[in-house]
Design a protein around this ligand. Structure first.
Ligand code: FRU
Length: 474
């Protein structure tokens, strides 16, 4: 393969490892002007294998620099998913220099001995890591799937709280020092989607636009997502320091597209910033190891800001790419009035963002088509009660029988205010009504989509389009 072919489908502005296999984002923590992203990584192949933690650092959540491997498998097992915190009060006693210790809490996965929770720490801003000598800190109680610890400092209780996936429920533990953990409660019996194993929980408090705050529990599930394979459900409710009580029994879905999995939020985002920052693995276990990339496999979603939104009497998480991303965009078409049913040239080699609005009191029945001269097309179909994404003719789809299936998202009949499409070399992220609805999907088109058409046969007129170029990131 020549260089160009080698880099086929390589994202221009989403994080992907330089070489080999990546899955879940891990250990996302902010410290001293740097956002850390660790990730499930197998450095010896483009398919899953003995897991390591890869590492990348960014100052702005957009440009990522890949660092050396942070954690290697050892006699306790592979290094599965987990989280990291900045231990400012040195509660674990790992501090040995001028810096706050960063502490990683992760699962050791061993095929015979099972899954246990362990610690590693860094006293040099995440550059080098040492494993705790008395690992594991949380042994296995006899549950086969017992993993993905997500730890947060619970201000009111003055202690650490860990959410942990235990087969198809979530366990909460507390600790004063990250080393000694006490079981507090279980969540999820008879609640939520149960079509697969629960993984990668995340418990966090989030503020609403109206000043209210809510506790949210993310639970990834594989399989059992609404459009097949893996996906992330969530629950809104209250957490009293020991127990999470959901306001509802049925799951809500964070992202209805097929490719946003195992996402969690950043730890230690400064109070004066106050944002809830998220990133997910832009892939699906259904076909994750068959996607047609060469030399590397797997990318992350853009870093997104999450907000709590009240809609039709219920609480939802809305999401948009972080503002740092928008700050890098270069407008190529600004608020242009475009006729429905007429093609608009949007072409750019390096990825683009399209913002559409001005649909005039529309509840739906609009088709948005991205296409190119190669006959590849990607279709977003909006109706009053359903939005669907059709990538069946979008490029390479034959590597898995279900990849070309149409993806559907229920629509609660809101007035259609805006549609935003973030398109990279092998993905699309769709945000509707300021991110109240989201769909993320991989797309393996061989040529860039350089034209767009918004079809609305019943009520022709004009809509407003802005197109932005996204400069290539490192
Ligand atoms: C989720 C997951 C986690 C696990 C990791 C292994 O995608 O299955 O539950 O820790 O991947 O790589």
């Amino acid at each position: 393969l020549n260089d160009v072919e080698q880099e086929k489908f390589r994202p221009k502005f989403h994080f992907s490892p330089e070489a080999n296999w990546m899955n879940d984002p891990n250990g996302m923590v902010y410290y001293e002007g740097e956002y850390h992203l660790f990730f499930q990584y197998y450095p010896d192949s483009t398919v899953w294998g003995p897991m390591h933690w890869g590492h990348a650092v960014s100052k702005d959540l957009v440009d990522w620099e890949e660092m050396g491997i942070a954690l290697y498998p050892d006699e306790l097992g592979y290094i599965f998913s987990g989280s990291a915190v900045a231990d400012h009060q040195n509660t674990a006693g790992f501090k040995s220099g001028e810096h706050t210790p960063l502490v990683a809490i992760f699962t050791h996965h061993h095929d015979e001995n099972g899954e246990v929770q362990s610690l590693a720490f860094s006293n040099d801003r995440g550059r080098t890591w040492e494993k705790y000598e008395n690992n594991p800190v949380l042994p296995n109680p006899g549950i086969q799937d017992f993993r993905d610890p997500k730890v947060m400092w619970h201000e009111e209780g003055g202690q650490w709280i860990m959410s942990l996936a235990a087969k198809d429920v979530i366990h909460f533990y507390s600790s004063p020092n990250l080393k000694d953990w006490t079981f507090e409660s279980e969540f999820g019996k008879g609640i939520g989607a149960k079509g697969g194993v629960w993984e990668c929980p995340d418990l966090f408090e989030i503020k609403g636009e109206d000043g209210r705050s809510k506790w949210v529990l993310f639970v990834s599930i594989n399989p059992g997502a609404p459009n097949g394979g893996s996906g992330t459900q969530y629950f809104t409710g209250e957490f009293d320091g020991k127990t999470f009580a959901a306001d509802h029994q049925d799951e809500k879905w964070l992202d209805w597209g097929t490719d946003n999995y195992a996402g969690v939020t950043w730890a230690n985002v400064p109070k004066e910033d106050g944002r809830t920052l998220f990133m997910g693995w832009m892939n699906n276990w259904l076909y994750g190891d068959r996607t047609p990339t060469e030399g590397w496999r797997g990318a992350m979603t853009l870093a997104r800001e999450l907000v709590l939104v009240r809609d039709q009497g219920d609480d939802y998480i809305a999401q948009k790419p972080v503002r740092e991303f928008y700050q890098k965009l270069k407008p190529s078409i600004e608020s242009k009035q475009v006729n429905f049913n007429e093609a608009l040239a949007i072409g750019s080699e390096s990825g683009f963002v399209v913002k559409l609005s001005g649909f005039q009191e529309s509840k739906g029945d609009i088709k948005i088509k991205l296409f190119n001269e190669n006959g590849e097309e990607l279709l977003l179909n909006l109706t009053a009660d359903k939005i669907s994404l059709d990538r069946s003719s979008s490029g390479e789809t034959g590597f898995h029988p279900e990849f070309g299936k149409i993806q559907e998202m229920p629509y609660r009949g809101n007035n259609l205010v805006d549609v935003e499409l973030v398109v990279d070399a092998s993905s699309i992220e769709v945000f509707i009504n300021d991110g109240l609805y989201a769909m993320t999907a991989q797309v393996f088109n061989k040529c860039p989509f350089d034209k767009m058409m918004v079809e609305r046969p019943d009520a022709p007129g004009k809509y407003s389009a802005s197109v932005y170029e996204v400069p290539a990131m490192s």
